[in-house]
Design a protein around this ligand. Structure first.
Ligand code: SAH
Length: 391
């Protein structure tokens, strides 16, 4: 059953102003990692440790009002309130699924909205965050991809999603830790919003921020080869790669990005990522599409690919959405596919579908995208043209 939660209580006036399209123009502190915040405070003539104090208020106590930051002197509190602001995204609505999965629809400027989803499990709690409004990559089986692309999220908008969930959960790093993992698997392609995503992931992993371990922050990519190398240079986070097909012919049909970065180049970049960071494995995501990529021959091809990189495979039962021609593979077919991989020594899990009664499962996030790429029209035309065009 789906329980709608009432809209949260009144927000600080800056949020209301922003929701009404009246951005203040002041720097939003959610958009700065520790070094950035120190630099910003230095510009205001303040010592670096002031940044640390402010971060603790923001991320450990969920305070956004400078007036409440009682270990800062009154003069500094006033100075900060004048010069900068701390503004989370505006929650349009939130919903909780029968399995505890919680989804937020967050308003962005220009009539856009994005989604973030929290998935509680026995031993961990995972937040799935978005990196862009819409997505330009047009993967055929993805609801976000069908909607086109509007813009990148700012670092503040990415961090703000985590902050909203952490505040809702009463999360305090090292004490009350309901939020243990973040996956960049919501709307958008995180490697196409590189700098903002890297800044946001730095706040996620900072002890003065959300305090998550490196390996508990996962970036999922459709496979932008040069950006995987760039990520390896600057951040030590877990990497998940959306593979979804074991050969170039099929992968190019399902994921147009494969025409630019085919499987061989992608796997080589994955191998370099593991070598540079001495990470143990890359997770390869593989959405199970009935009759498309789920046959035993596909599994055997996949085994060969997985021998090239330290890897594990996560099979995702396809989550349907309005207008798609794809169907979820049968349970028995998924198990048979998994068995071929396991028998060949490839660590393979099947993702349990969570939150599908509130459309919060992988690939179902759609928010509200004011499409600048006109992909929605293209998608509708394809639908009218029949299955052969799209699949
Ligand atoms: N752009 C990134 C992250 C977003 S999608 C990426 O491609 O990895 C997160 C995962 O959900 C990806 O593996 C994506 O391919 C998968 N996915 C997309 N649509 C899906 C659907 N309808 N059902 C199941 N998984 C889907």
């Amino acid at each position: 059953m789906t329980a709608a939660t009432p809209a949260p209580a009144a927000r600080p006036s800056a949020t209301a102003a922003r929701a009404a399209g009246l951005a203040s123009g002041k720097p939003n502190l959610f958009g700065h990692d520790r070094n950035g915040l120190r630099a910003l405070l230095a510009q205001l003539g303040e010592k670096p440790y002031r940044a640390d104090q402010v971060m603790k208020w923001m991320y450990h106590r969920h305070v956004t009002d400078f007036a409440q930051m009682s270990d800062l002197g009154k003069a500094l509190r006033d100075k900060l309130a004048q010069a900068v602001e701390i503004v989370p995204p505006n929650t349009i609505f939130e919903k909780q699924a029968s399995d505890g999965t919680h989804k937020w629809l967050l308003g962005m400027d220009g009539g856009n909205a994005i989604e973030a989803v929290f998935i509680p499990e026995t031993s961990r709690g995972t937040l799935c965050v978005s990196s862009q409004v819409g997505c330009a990559l047009a993967c055929q089986f993805c609801s976000t991809g069908a909607q086109g692309f509007n813009r990148n999220l700012s670092a503040a908008e990415i961090v703000g999603q985590v902050w909203i969930a952490a505040r809702h959960l009463g999360n305090v790093p090292h004490h009350q830790r309901k939020l243990t993992n973040v996956v960049m698997m919501g709307m958008g392609e995180p490697l196409l919003n590189f700098d903002n995503v890297v800044t946001a992931m730095s706040v996620m992993r900072d002890d003065l921020g959300f305090g998550l371990a490196n390996k508990r922050v996962t970036l999922s990519t459709a496979g932008l080869v040069p950006m995987i190398d760039k990520l390896g240079e600057v951040a030590d986070v877990s990497l998940a790669v959306s593979l979804h097909a074991p050969n170039d012919e099929l992968r190019s049909e399902l994921m147009p990005i494969n025409r630019k970065y085919p499987i061989k180049a992608l796997l080589e970049a994955c191998l370099r990522y593991t070598q540079r960071r001495a990470r143990t494995t890359i997770t390869f995501e593989y959405t199970m599409l009935k009759g498309v990529n789920d046959q035993p021959a596909h599994a055997r091809q996949l085994v060969k690919l997985m021998r090239k990189v330290p890897s594990k495979v996560n099979l995702i039962p396809f989550n349907t959405f309005h207008g798609t021609q794809f169907e979820r593979s049968d349970e028995a077919v998924i198990r048979a596919f998994q068995k071929i991989l396991l028998d060949a020594g490839v660590l393979t899990t099947v993702r349990r579908t969570r939150g599908d009664d509130i459309d919060a499962a992988c690939g179902q996030l759609k928010g509200q995208v004011v499409d600048r790429t006109r992909r929605q029209e293209e998608f509708r035309r394809k639908l009218e043209g029949g299955v052969a065009d799209a699949a």
